[in-house]
Design a protein around this ligand. Sequence first.
Ligand SMILES: *[C@@H]1O[C@H](CO)[C@@H](O)[C@H](O)[C@H]1NC(C)=O
Ligand SMILES: *[C@@H]1O[C@H](CO)[C@@H](O)[C@H](O)[C@H]1NC(C)=O
Ligand SMILES: *[C@@H]1O[C@H](CO)[C@@H](O)[C@H](O)[C@H]1NC(C)=O
Length: 513
Amino acid sequence: MKPVRVVTLWWMLLLGAARKGAAQESTFYYGTFPAGFSWGVGSSAYQTEGAWDQDGKGPSIWDAFTHSGTGKVLGDDTADVACDSYYKVQEDVMLLRELNVSHYRFSLSWPRLLPTGIRAEQVNEKGIRFYSELIDALLRSDITPIVTLHHWDLPQLLQVKYGGWQNASMATYFRDYADLCFAVFGDRVKHWITFSDPRAMVEKGYETGLHAPGLRLPGTGLYKAAHHIIKAHAHVWHSYNDTWRGRQRGLVGISLNCDWGEPVDVSDPKDVEAAERYLQFCLGWFANPIYAGDYPQVMKDRIGRKSVEQGLEASSCRRSHCRDTSVPVPTGSQQLRARCVPPFQTQYGDPPIYVTENGAPQRVPCSQLCDEWRIHYLKGYINEMLKAVKDGANIRGYTAWSLLDKFEWDKGYSDRYGLYYVRFIDRNRPRHPKASMRYYKKIIAANGFPSPREVDRWHREALDMCSIDNQMLAAEPLLSHMQLVTEIVVPTVCALCVLIAAVLLLLLLSRRS
Ligand SMILES: *[C@@H]1O[C@H](CO)[C@@H](O)[C@H](O)[C@H]1NC(C)=O
Ligand SMILES: *[C@@H]1O[C@H](CO)[C@@H](O)[C@H](O)[C@H]1NC(C)=O
Ligand SMILES: *[C@@H]1O[C@H](CO)[C@@H](O)[C@H](O)[C@H]1NC(C)=O
């Protein structure tokens, strides 16, 4: 494993290929990725595991949030069972083997390992065993685990007792938790992600209240939470560097998400500046402190000025009123490569990049397994990533989001991101491959897009297969109905038979006597 400069940044590239029209199809780039490029899929604990109160797991803020009901989540869905992945390790690893991915990104549930959140209080051995078995099963299949320490499911007790990420002491509890994970899994796990999309976590958790813990602390809560998260990341990075890296030789990064912003009019310096400012507020907010040791200048300037306008104290300004609504919304692009690579390479010293999450939800239930539009999405985004690599971006791996349809936070089960369809109404939670899974599998096997003929053939084959799969899926309600017949009706009928036989026997006997 190559040593990394300061911090490896795992970075969700949001390449603007979604709006690719037919006219731009001619710009499709045929070619392959460098040898050893890592292909994967991802998931997170709360969204997939289920078993929310099993084997000693403590509650998380998401358990509390979903159980409080009252329309916080679409359809009042919970992830109490979700994909039931806690009980389906072997089955899920088989799906990964079928795709032949090089890595699997998943997250550890902090309250499954530490029920109260605090290591000094209680460690759940069954939680350690569960993740150990998953890691071992992956390694036996030659799949590299990429492990997220915190994907939004903070232990509920840390929230109710201490205010969660509003409290500076979270950084210490998080470091203790991370140290436990390094101690018990670090011999086998070499790729760590501290936080997944902390920006969404603080904006939705502490500003809008749409996500757990559901707090609305406008203008202050999110900056405070972000500040503690950045510090927690630094603590963990240094702890790994000082204590574990010598023996374990792994990487510790963070997964940051930002939509791309670009000037509405490139010849207008104000637009150019607005786009740059937008990126600093979106990505620089977390990346700058990690790479350069401080918040972006433009953030400090803006917040400073605004805080003066609003009569706030200078000391609190960094964390308040950062929102800038004057920034133009990102628009479609012709020159994606030119925009996408250089700022990152130049501002943050060309770090190795792993795309940790890239995918899109689907709400149309009728197309189910024939998700042709997702094929276009994956094809477009991965192709833009290939162009970026050819332009010199240091991208080492890509993670499609996600392996399975799963609990989608405030959207419940209505947003489906999976390469595999999950039938949530069936208590066995069966998984079915979508067309996009078959297509992605071909990209992985070819390590890119070798030729137009080949790529067209994948498309056709994936869609042929999915119509057959769809018919089977449509027949499934019938099958599960038959299952119902065998499980309930047949025993009932049998019981009736026995009863009738007994009555007949009695009658017979009574006649004889
Ligand atoms: C799976 O991937 C490995 C490593 O890239 C490759 O050597 C192997 O041939 C692939 N297996 C299949 C069945 O495609
Ligand atoms: C922050 O957490 C500590 C425990 O680590 C606690 O003593 C303190 O009261 C908390 N502060 C607030 C404001 O909740
Ligand atoms: C990381 O650890 C190495 C080896 O102990 C040390 O030389 C280096 O200064 C550390 N890096 C940082 C940024 O602390």
